[in-house]
Design a protein around this ligand. Structure first.
Ligand code: COA
Length: 173
């Protein structure tokens, strides 16, 4: 039986090792890392999947970001990811369990911007299972290269303004 626990319960070194195995050691160069640089993960939306023996099988982290619209409006949102499952446990439903656990936490989430989620990822996965689409992200700019079809969002109030996405640095709670 797999247990889903707050990510804060897991040693950060184990999380980093899992991310290296899932994405490769050059993962820090990805545009998604640049977007959220300098901010802290949102604890109430970040989880780990553990095996019965306590082994770390997967993680999901979420981050506070802001779309700075060229009009001057600042729209808080949550960036989802990385979602990572250890290579030997992929395709067993763990990624979906982690995403569903995170989505279950959204209605009660106290962090600003929780109701609007975005990510850079495969629409064949995040669209098919979780309803993320690129429909309103076409004018967004990120601090690095990305494929427009992989810039996805979910929620009733996704902003469709032209603007720059970046980290939202929060006060410690
Ligand atoms: C992507 C990832 C999080 C999915 O988690 P998972 O536990 O392996 O996948 P699940 O068991 O939840 O889902 C399996 C289903 O999703 C599909 N799927 C998995 N990854 C997919 C992807 N990247 N694109 C399209 N479909 C995908 C599988 O084909 C399978 O479909 P089926 O049920 O019709 O056979 C995981 O494979 C992973 O960590 N991969 C490496 C890192 C990565 O690429 N992360 C996502 C980057 S956006």
């Amino acid at each position: 039986m797999i247990a889903l626990v707050p990510l804060a319960n897991v040693e950060s070194a184990a999380v980093e090792a899992l991310l290296d195995r899932a994405f490769g050691p050059d993962r820090h160069l990805r545009t998604a890392y640049r977007v959220r640089a300098g901010t802290m993960a949102i604890a109430e939306l970040s989880f780990a999947a553990l095996a019965e023996d306590g082994a770390l099988l997967g993680t999901i982290q979420c981050w506070p970001v802001t779309l700075a619209c060229d009009s001057g409006a600042l729209v808080p949102m949550v960036m989802v990811g990385p979602v990572a499952v250890s290579p030997e446990h992929q395709q067993q439903g763990i990624g979906r369990m982690l995403m569903e656990r995170m989505l279950d936490a959204v209605p009660g989430c106290a962090s600003e911007g929780c109701q609007t989620l975005m990510l850079v990822g495969d629409p064949e996965y995040y669209g098919r299972f979780f309803g993320f689409t690129p429909d309103r992200t076409g004018q967004w700019r990120l601090p690095g290269s990305f494929e427009p079809r992989r810039l996805l969002a979910r929620g009733d109030v996704v902003p469709d303004c032209a603007g720059m996405l970046g980290a939202r640095v929060r006060q410690a709670a």
